[in-house]
Design a protein around this ligand. Structure first.
Ligand code: PEP
Length: 251
């Protein structure tokens, strides 16, 4: 059975004061893994304010271990200061920084090389879904990763299905839409390695809230969530973690 995983993507939000307030009101449950992704400058402050059982990570990483790459941060450096996870391929980076599938796959491999667990984001735009291309788009994003990453490493990390049209919009994929894509992703990985596919966690991301989390997490192939807006509020985020804990018990 897969352990649930709930992750908080703070994007470019937060401050030292916000972290202090957040940790005061935050609570987790024993049967759910939790990772928080603050802006990278707050990684150590966040990691040292939380219990050891709550992991921290970065929202992006560079591809090299070191070198003349101004502004980049290596996975090895993140690991050294207590980070354990890295998000790669978030749609905001794919769009804002023009990150293509190959670069995302290289970043996933770099995360693993540096000792981090990658959360690899995939997902289609609204236009792609309306054209009926969502499976083909996600398949292409996945194939780029499977070509470059040892499949066994996927079991160490997670894939996050984040339909772009649901991120920060308040519009959520229905549990059925999300389950259909999650099942496709698991099946695609199973063609390469069935054991990894059965162990690998697939998170849903896109306007997850305490109101919709139970229905999403009840789906067979949804192993938790990557939460943006609702993760900035300790009460809302803790409620989502508690819902994941209940869903895991019901499995
Ligand atoms: C995200 O940032 O990955 C995300 C899913 O954001 P939100 O929950 O706000 O849609």
């Amino acid at each position: 059975m897969r352990r649930s995983l709930v992750a908080a993507n703070w994007k470019m939000h937060g401050s030292l004061t916000h972290i202090q307030d957040f940790v005061t009101d935050f609570s987790a449950v024993d049967n759910v893994d939790v990772v928080i992704f603050p802006p990278v400058v707050y990684l150590q402050a966040m990691a040292s304010s939380l219990p050891m059982s709550i992991y921290c990570g970065v929202q992006d990483i560079g591809t090299s271990a070191s070198g003349p790459h101004t502004g980049e941060v290596a996975a090895e450096m993140v690991f050294e200061v207590g980070g354990a996870w890295a998000i790669v391929g978030h749609s905001e980076r794919r769009i804002d920084q023009s990150e293509m599938d190959d670069l995302v796959a290289t970043k996933a491999a770099a995360a693993v090389r540096g000792g981090l667990h990658p959360i690899i984001c995939v997902g289609e735009s609204l236009a792609e879904r309306e054209a009926g291309h969502e499976i083909a788009v996600v398949e292409g994003q996945l194939e780029a990763v499977l070509d470059r990453l040892d499949v066994a490493q996927l079991a160490r990390g997670a894939i996050a299905y984040e339909p772009v049209w649901a991120i920060g919009t308040g519009r959520t994929a229905s549990p059925q839409q999300a389950q259909e894509m999650h099942a496709f992703i698991r099946d695609k990985v199973a063609h390469v390695d069935e054991v990894v596919a059965s162990q690998m966690r697939i998170l849903y991301g896109g306007s997850v809230s305490p109101d919709n989390a139970a229905a999403l997490f009840a789906e067979e192939d949804i192993d938790g969530g990557l939460v943006g807006g609702a993760s900035l509020d300790a009460g809302e985020f803790s409620a989502i973690i508690a819902i994941a804990g209940v869903a895991a018990t019901a499995d």
